[in-house]
Design a protein around this ligand. Structure first.
Ligand code: NAI
Length: 345
């Protein structure tokens, strides 16, 4: 089915607007037929308008086919300001955070292709904590339903994408009840996927393996906090946080964003690597292709993937995070040029 998509665009904070504009430029060059609807939220929005999200944000968001999002700033020093990312995940029920990590020749520390499927709604991110007479307490919530849903997602993702192995990451040797539940439910779900090997790994060993033997990994499924931390480690193995994108999947909608944050240290300088956001846009094209059976988007996503690797590996149009001196706009122009030559070849 071919249709005109409605894509929500949340530019976010810090480098967000720079990299989201870059991704929109590339989507345009690919000839994506879409109405882009701007959604406004963020810390900068809050400073200007006194509220974190615009009126009716979720009503509009829920009508979109997908949302392309930039990173949002959460100030650690302002205790009253709650993470908008977590609010969005809760409200749109984005339970799976899918982060593919594929090596770039000449930049990554090893040759690998693995995916972290991070449970995206539970764990310590439920934000229930308090300070009682000098003792800080945080609740870590793992539910049977949440663990089952994410395990099912990880296995079906592995099956669809040709991975032979799914590994559950936990610390059930210490957290016997909470991580124990996450682990046990995983193996219960695994029984329904006899063609896929189900393995387990303790989270510290997972960190070690990502660095030492990432080529051994397939799909990893993790509770929320471990997935958050391991993702940045995996991004370092890829070569830069600025190269990695992610998909936050819900039952009705999905939100696509880079793995990295708002990078306040380089915001406004025009040197942010836009590829993480463009990778997110690519994941969005795959998602829309699957959801609406739009084969043209599959071709476009593949072309984009090829173009990204050409620009980084062969043409070496690199921003400073990759050791280059090029600007965001140079990467975008190079990508558009490669895409145009692919289209006309
Ligand atoms: P960060 O990921 O923003 O930056 C870490 C380092 O990576 C910095 O040196 C930064 O310059 C570099 N970096 C990140 N993205 C880059 C890019 N595209 N190109 C070149 N270099 C890049 O992490 P940080 O500084 O700890 O977090 C800043 C803010 O971002 C925090 O408020 C945090 O809460 C927020 N954040 C938001 C996320 C989201 O919206 N999904 C995810 C992670 C963090």
């Amino acid at each position: 089915m071919v249709k005109r998509y409605k894509i929500g665009v949340l530019k976010g904070d810090g480098i967000g607007p720079e990299i989201v504009d870059a991704a929109l430029h590339v989507l345009n060059a690919l000839g994506i037929d879409a109405e882009f609807v701007e959604l406004r939220a963020g810390y900068e929005y809050y400073k200007r308008f006194g509220k974190p999200l615009e009126e009716g944000f979720f009503d509009v968001a829920k009508k979109m086919d997908a949302i392309l999002k930039g990173p949002l700033y959460t100030p650690p020093h302002e205790k009253e300001f709650k993470s908008i990312n977590i609010l969005i995940r809760k409200e749109l029920d984005l339970y799976a955070n899918v982060r593919p990590f594929k090596s770039f020749k000449g930049f990554s520390l090893k040759d690998f292709n693995f995916v972290i499927v991070r449970e995206n709604s539970e764990d310590v991110y439920v934000g229930i904590e308090g300070l009682f007479k000098g003792t800080a307490i945080s609740l870590r919530i793992i539910t049977y339903e949440g663990a089952k849903r994410i395990a099912e997602y990880a296995f079906s993702y592995a099956k669809k994408n040709g991975f032979k192995k799914v590994t559950v990451v936990h610390k059930a040797n210490v957290l016997k009840i909470s991580d124990g539940l996450f682990r046990d439910v995983f193996f219960e779900v695994a029984k329904r996927y006899p063609d896929i090997t189900a393995e387990e790994i303790i989270v510290d060993t997972a960190a070690y393996t990502i660095v030492r033997n990432p080529e051994r990994l397939g799909v990893m499924v993790t509770p929320n906090l471990y997935g958050d931390i391991l993702s940045d480690l995996a991004a370092a193995m890829v070569g830069s946080l600025g190269l990695c994108g992610s998909a936050q999947i819900g039952s009705d909608i999905a939100v696509f964003e880079p793995v990295h944050g708002t990078a306040p240290d380089i915001a406004g300088k025009g040197i942010a690597n836009p590829i993480g956001e463009i990778e997110a846009a690519k994941l969005m094209l795959y998602y829309l292709y699957e959801k609406f059976d739009d084969a043209d988007l599959h071709v476009k996503a593949k072309n984009l993937d090829k173009a990204i690797h050409t620009v980084v590996e062969d043409l070496k149009i690199l921003t400073p995070d990759l050791g280059g001196t090029y600007k965001t706009v140079d990467v975008v122009n190079a990508l558009v040029k490669v895409l145009n030559s692919e289209i006309h070849s």
